[in-house]
Design a protein around this ligand. Structure first.
Ligand code: BES
Ligand code: MN
Ligand code: MN
Length: 481
């Protein structure tokens, strides 16, 4: 089914208003990982709910309970549910997105205030935290609703929405809610869903649209080494006592080598190597070393071989060291021995790895390696959060619809990609609902999600809105089984 022209025209004509709405959303600093911003995540939930309501969507805020963060008990932001359409002759699509964002401060090195949308007239870029991850795409769906409501056009499918405000910190509370909801059967909010569509990822490069059928899982760890009862003077205690930081550095240096190999026995080995056919898949993607260099901002690729680089991101596990808490003592040359330090790292997982089968290997290895140090300090390994990897069958009507929509909007076929990042709820939806999940990205590979100067190109916002709408039309064109 061709996407109606009046919808496409509406999107073009209302570009400035759509950008205005994105600006409103970016101005709410809904950082889920910072207790000081928790109320902003709640504000963002209300903003989103009122946007949906305004366009005729029945909504519900789901209380997900409380959790502890940095020793503080906090209310979790609600999930924002929505439903519109109950036509038995139409397909029903469940749309997921998240309205929380990563932290950002001007002092991190931003060229613009992160919580103000800055529009660069020359390049058309829209800078601001959340512009691409994930407020732009979430508002893309709102734009589609806006168009249909204003034009008084019926939507081509029934839609259910599930938006969350804790994605960036491990989707706390959401899995439990989904599983409990699905158990309600006919009374479930998700009853009758035929497929799930998520727009929370990016093209591989800056030229070619993509459809994404895989995500890595994640397991996030914190190793705490403590010893002295308080911080000590290194002139007084140096070489007299076991120093926590020294132990921690020794441990962290044994997790991964500079080539990216994971040194924890059994972890890399769990993943079967690719066969020739799979390698070819990666060689054929529209991607070059230069694409990595542009998005990373430096020539630092682990290899000169495009297929190995892509496999590193898409089909191999990776271990990254994120930081050491308690270790930074200001800009001066303070001569202290920190009493307690916590090293943070995570492993991105691919099938058949899961937090369940990887965590025990990690914890045992750290304990064994710590024992070898012969230190009188103590360690404690905490597992902060985790999510399983997900790989989908892309020979499915939902992917076919997205493929046709992409060709219609962009005049080119999409790349089929697996992604290195994680969206823990993806697999939960796939398993709990037993339906196909599609990732349909809006932004480009150089958007800089989580980084400084995160942006979304105006053309991606506008064409992306058309893409999301066209996808629904292509789905609607398929016969309901
Ligand atoms: N949108 C990303 C997921 C993503 C990242 C998709 C890269 C495609 C490429 C999402 O918002 C995200 O950042 N997820 C976290 C999840 C974690 C906190 C459990 C991630 O991947 O670090
Ligand atoms: Mn995201
Ligand atoms: Mn993110």
């Amino acid at each position: 089914m061709a996407t109606p022209l009046d919808f496409l025209d509406f999107v073009d004509t209302n570009k400035d208003r759509f950008i205005q709405r994105l600006a409103q959303a970016v101005e709410i600093p809904s950082v889920s990982g910072d207790p000081a911003h928790r109320h902003d995540v709640f504000r963002m939930a209300s903003f989103l709910e009122s946007q949906l309501k305004q366009y005729g969507v029945e909504t519900k805020l789901v209380d997900l309970g409380t959790h502890t963060m940095e020793g503080e008990s906090l209310k979790l932001p609600p999930a924002v549910l929505g439903r519109i359409g109950d036509d038995k002759s139409k397909k029903t699509i469940l749309i997921y997105g998240h309205f929380d964002v990563q932290p950002a401060q001007l002092s991190d090195g931003w060229d613009f205030p992160p919580f103000q949308l800055t529009r660069d007239e020359k390049t058309g870029r829209l800078y601001g935290r959340g512009s691409s991850d994930d407020k732009g795409p979430v508002l893309g769906w709102v734009n589609v609703l806006d168009a249909h409501h204003t034009l008084k056009k019926p939507l081509p499918v029934n839609i259910r929405f599930c938006f969350e405000g804790m994605e960036e910190t491990g989707s706390e509370g959401l899995d439990e809610f989904i599983l409990a909801e699905v158990k309600k059967g006919k009374d479930s909010w998700f009853d009758g869903v035929d497929a799930v569509c998520i727009s929370d990822n990016y093209w591989l490069n800056t030229r070619t649209p993509a459809l994404t059928y895989g995500l890595r899982g994640i397991s996030y760890y914190k190793v705490v080494v403590s010893g002295p009862a308080r911080d000590l003077h290194s002139g007084v205690f140096g070489r007299m006592v076991h120093e926590p930081m020294t132990d921690l550095i020794a441990l962290m240096s044994k997790l991964v080598d500079p080539k990216g190999n994971i040194l924890i026995p059994g972890v890399d080995e769990m993943v079967p190597p690719p066969d020739e056919e799979e390698r070819k898949l990666y060689r054929n993607l529209d991607y070059t070393l230069e694409d990595v260099e542009v998005s990373a901002g430096a020539k630092i690729t682990l290899s000169d071989d495009k297929a190995s680089i892509l496999m590193g991101r898409m089909r191999s596990p990776s271990l990254s060291l994120h930081g050491i808490e308690g270790a930074f003592y200001g800009a001066g040359g303070k001569t202290v021995i920190p009493a307690k330090v916590a090293g943070k790292f995570s492993i991105r997982l691919v099938p058949p790895q899961t937090p369940g089968n990887v965590d025990p290997l990690v914890i045992k290895y750290l304990q064994d390696e710590f024992a070898k140090l012969g230190s009188k300090n103590t360690i404690n390994v905490e597992n902060m959060h985790g999510g399983k990897p997900w790989v989908e069958d892309y020979k499915h009507w939902s992917y076919e619809a997205a493929h046709r929509a992409t060709e219609a909007v962009y005049n080119q076929a999409p790349d089929y990609t697996r992604e290195g990042g994680s969206i823990p709820v993806t697999l939960t939806f796939a398993e709990a609902l037993g339906v196909n999940v599609l990732l349909l990205p809006m932004g480009r590979g150089d958007d800089g999600a989580h980084s400084t100067n995160e942006k979304l190109d105006t053309s991606n916002f506008i064409q992306g809105t058309k893409l999301l709408g066209s996808y629904l039309y292509e789905v609607g064109a398929g016969k309901k089984a």
